[in-house]
Design a protein around this ligand. Structure first.
Ligand code: ATP
Ligand code: MG
Length: 506
């Protein structure tokens, strides 16, 4: 009973014709290309932008590009273990990181994993790295000061809780130093800090962590680090990770200060990823949405309304300029997103005016509302004296003519004030002490001494106040204003101090 070959082929033909594939959308895909930290994946039709994908060997990736047939994905960490043909599974989750109080005091990478050699972080909660910023009704106007402890900033460019203030300047002008001092100044206060290091050398970040430890500031700080030797995907992610950690604390009613050091390197990492994903390059080869990269990050800084718990997130993004060019693409973007900028100047830095804040170009658009009354009282005359000094100093550079008496006095005052505003690193000053120093300088009490003695005068005066007139500081703390009593005490103190200072100065 043999079947004839004709029959076999008929059966086969029928089978083939009636074949209907069972089409099912499977939630996995296949790697078709991998390299430079980017994987192209076929399949995964339901993937969402920002979704976490799981590769073999516990590798993770994040969806960046959604194309018709393929998906562009950045690999978190090294892509060396990933091969063409590997199976990729969707996790259904948007990238999330551990958050909560357990993070405080720790150094973590862009994925929120401990890298400080300590135990794994026992955080119970996770939060997506991207989150919509609070809406207008969920916010309230910025009205409390965030003291940096730096005289030049707290007096002239005050920062309020919930504000976004840009620190901008060329390389090596003390940008990081300002941020670190602001963090150190929160020691024993009610502000938690998050320092995000993006694309820096590992030893620089280690030095910052050491300094924070040395000044007892790690106990209220989280450090998120994605260093220069790490893949761009992690550099891209780090600020959002830091923001998620800060945001969680803000929504639990805390005050948070977050530093992004720096967003220039963040933009460069994003440019690298975008070019590898073959997104069309625009100005300076950045992709078209590079503005959105930073705006959606900085929009999340806020002062929350009472109903939302009243917490705040103050952001200090840092931008590095080339030869002071603030009109380049990334600097102008971030300037327009923030509520003001602290402009650091290389020339001032080398003249020894440190912090090298250019008080003429720096502004704080909302901070004035966040100064205590005492500071407002003394900062007004300070601003005026400095503006007049700048005009005169520029003029006297051009003309060697004899100056009249009034102008000479203005110049002398300006020099002394400039010296009083100088401040070494890691030596934050309380707002009460700042008020006393600035009061002495703007009321001309240092004018009769040589300009180079201004800093010594200031230090001596503060020490003497602490010893003999501590009521000045208690009154300032209680009343938050330079009342007649405070003024009278300051007058008596300064006259007594001038006599003593004159004697020691010889
Ligand atoms: P980079 O561009 O490399 O990130 P930066 O602008 O962050 O540099 P810093 O690293 O903060 O600058 O400071 C540069 C140098 O200036 C450091 O050696 C620092 O110790 C010193 N410096 C910063 N601020 C002061 C200050 N107020 N007084 C004295 N030295 C300072
Ligand atoms: Mg720096």
């Amino acid at each position: 009973m043999a079947i004839r070959s004709q029959e076999i082929s008929d059966i086969l033909k029928r089978e083939i014709e009636s074949y209907e594939p069972d089409v099912e959308e499977l939630n996995y895909g296949t790697v078709i290309q991998v390299g430079d930290g980017i994987a192209t994946i076929y399949g995964l039709k339901q993937a969402r932008s920002g979704e976490l994908l799981s590769f073999p060997n516990n590798k993770m990736g994040m969806v960046m590009n959604l194309e018709e047939d393929t998906i562009g994905c950045v690999v978190m960490g090294s892509d060396l273990d990933i091969k063409e043909g590997d199976r990729v599974e969707s996790t259904g989750r948007i990238v999330e990181v551990p958050v909560g109080e357990e993070m405080i005091g720790r150094v973590v990478n862009a994925l929120g994993e401990a890298i400080d050699g300590g135990p794994a972080i026992a955080s119970k909660r996770k939060r997506t790295v991207e989150f919509t910023a609070p809406t207008v009704p969920e916010r309230q106007p910025v009205h409390e000061p965030l003291q940096t402890g730096l005289k030049a900033i707290d007096a002239l460019i005050p920062i309020g809780r919930g504000q976004r203030e840009l620190i901008i300047g060329d390389r090596q002008t003390g940008k990081t130093a300002i941020a670190v001092d602001a963090i150190i100044n929160q020691t024993d206060g009610d502000v938690v800090c998050v320092y995000v290091a993006v694309g820096q050398k590992t030893n620089n970040v280690a030095a910052v962590v050491d300094m924070l430890k040395k000044h007892d500031a790690m106990k209220h700080t989280v450090v998120v680090a994605a260093n220069a030797n790490e893949p761009p995907s992690l550099l891209y992610l780090a600020p959002y990770t830091g923001c998620a950690i800060a945001e969680d604390l803000m929504y639990s009613g805390k005050h948070v200060l977050i530093v992004y050091d720096d967003l220039t390197k963040h933009a460069k990492a994003y440019r690298e990823i975008s070019l590898l994903l073959r997104r069309p390059p625009g100005r300076e080869a950045y992709p078209g949405d590079v503005f959105f990269l930073h705006s959606r990050l900085l929009e999340r800084a806020a002062k929350l309304s009472k109903e939302k718990g009243g917490g705040s997130m103050t952001a200090l993004p840092i931008i590095e300029t080339q030869l002071g060019d603030v009109s380049a693409y990334i600097p102008t973007n971030v300037i327009s997103i923030t509520d003001g900028q602290i402009y650091l100047d290389t020339d001032l830095f080398y003249q020894g005016i440190r912090p090298a804040v250019d008080v003429g170009l720096s502004v704080s658009r909302v901070g004035g509302a966040a100064q205590i009354k005492a500071m407002k009282q003394v900062a007004g005359p300070l601003r005026l004296d400095l503006a007049q000094y700048r005009n005169l100093a520029a003029y006297t550079k051009l003309s060697a003519d004899e100056l009249d008496e009034a102008s000479r006095k203005q110049l002398a005052r300006g020099e002394r004030i400039t010296n009083v505003l100088k401040q070494p690193q890691f030596a934050p000053v309380t707002v009460e002490e700042q008020v006393a120093s600035i009061w002495a300088a703007t009321n001309g009490h240092i004018d009769s001494f040589p300009a180079h003695q201004a800093q010594r005068f200031e230090a001596g005066f503060l020490a003497m106040l602490k010893e003999k007139f501590p009521q000045v500081f208690t009154m300032l703390r209680d009343k938050k204003a330079v009342t007649d009593d405070v003024k009278a005490a300051l007058e008596t103190a300064v006259e007594e101090f001038k006599k003593a200072f004159r004697a020691t100065a010889g």
